[in-house]
Write a protein that binds this ligand. Structure first.
Ligand SMILES: CSCCC(=O)C(=O)COP(=O)(O)O
Ligand SMILES: [Mg+2]
Length: 229
């Protein structure tokens, strides 16, 4: 079984930072004005208001969320709201989701070979499905059988990976986790998963050396994974 991260692993960090985040930042005020009373939207806005502490109106919530986007906070409420906002961007074909040219063929090859494929990203599950449903390589959602976001727990917390293995009905050692973030790989390894550091040179121009990789096998493209897994 292969569990993959998205940003920095299947897809470039710059697409997320330079296209998706600014789109959500711009659209937030109008989205909250139009949908702030939809129960699901209100739920997440209230989570933000509670975290913010003081009495907080919608304008303050929007400001808080925009600050979190700028700081790249991987907060579940922000990620849920971003996913709802991006849906119109994908629907209107304002953008398609970046996928590295080596990633889609490898995912297709593994799927055809009968490998179970799953996603674990800080992006909400609906955002993940939009992302792979509107990728540069077409609709890839059919390749994945399981989707996990931070509702299962934080990506740097070993318990999250234990929960994911349980949900996959697998022993942790049967699962190979792919990520660009060493701390995430450390947590997956602590839970007993196998790991590979995906060190995309476009995203990380200074390659991570053995010390930085902290013992995780390292590849720069998905093509290199079959040889070492
Ligand atoms: C799939 S939604 C867009 C990416 C995103 O918002 C994000 O936070 C991705 O983080 P990852 O855990 O995939 O590195
Ligand atoms: Mg990542």
């Amino acid at each position: 079984m292969i569990l993959t991260d998205i940003e920095g692993t299947t897809s470039s960090i710059s697409f997320v930072k330079d296209v998706l985040f600014p789109y959500a930042r711009r659209a937030l005020p109008g989205f909250v004005a139009a949908h702030g009373n939809d129960p699901e939207v209100r739920h997440w806005l209230d989570v933000v208001a509670t975290e913010h502490g003081a009495m907080c109106d919608d304008a303050m919530i929007v400001e808080t969320l925009q600050g979190w986007i700028d700081a790249d906070r991987k907060h579940t409420a922000l990620k849920a709201l971003q996913g709802m906002i991006w849906s119109s961007g994908y629907r209107d074909a304002d953008f398609t989701a970046h996928i590295y040219p080596d990633a889609a063929p490898a995912l297709r090859r593994w799927h055809e070979a009968g490998e179970t494929l799953a996603v674990y990203s800080s992006g909400s599950v609906p955002a993940q499905k939009l992302f792979f449903g509107h990728s540069d390589a077409g609709d890839l959602t059919g390749l994945f059988s399981n989707w996990f976001d931070t509702e299962v727990g934080g990506k740097r917390d070993a318990d999250s990976y234990a929960r994911i293995a349980d949900a996959l009905d697998a022993a942790p050692a049967e699962v190979l986790f792919l990520s660009d973030v060493v701390e995430e790989l450390d947590a997956a390894r602590d839970a007993g998963m196998r790991t590979i550091l995906v060190d995309r040179l476009d995203d990380y121009p200074t390659p991570r050396d053995a010390t930085a990789a902290n013992g995780h096998p390292r590849v720069t493209t998905f093509d290199q994974i079959d040889a070492i897994r």
